[in-house]
Design a binder for this molecule. Sequence first.
Ligand code: GTP
Ligand code: MG
Length: 139
Amino acid sequence: MAGTITFTMIKPDAVADGHSGKIIDQIIGAGFKIKALKLTQLSKERAEEFYAIHKERGFFGELIAFMTEGPIVAAVLEKDNAVEDFRKLIGATNPANAEEGTIRKRFALNIERNAIHGSDSDENAQIEANFHFSGVERF
Ligand code: GTP
Ligand code: MG
């Protein structure tokens, strides 16, 4: 039976450091199915739209500069309880607080350069998946 979906981006820090393959392997090993996948790069305008919820935050400019500095790996993932289970797999926003074995504990550098994104609700997972992928790119 099909589960629910979540959306993820392996962020520019982790892609540049060559961690994409290890991260995708951990995601698949945790029971997620890949429903869409690509290497792409966010423009300033698209990054500002994706992170619009944070536009009043003091770190917004730095966050946009970081997220546009190089390619990302974007993916749609499917599993039962995908959003919550994926947030557990990636760990806390600040890797200093992330549990041992989580993707952020393994690969994140600091609270900003934290290796990976995960949707925070089923509704946002759908919005974010549609933001990054056209119908013919989704399986
Ligand atoms: P995402 O999955 O990327 O949405 O992360 P999150 O849901 O764990 O955190 P949140 O949505 O609150 O923040 C979005 C992103 O902004 C984080 O993943 C970080 O890259 C960055 N960020 C969050 N808090 C800070 C901060 O205090 N300082 C800086 N420089 N960046 C931050
Ligand atoms: Mg978030």
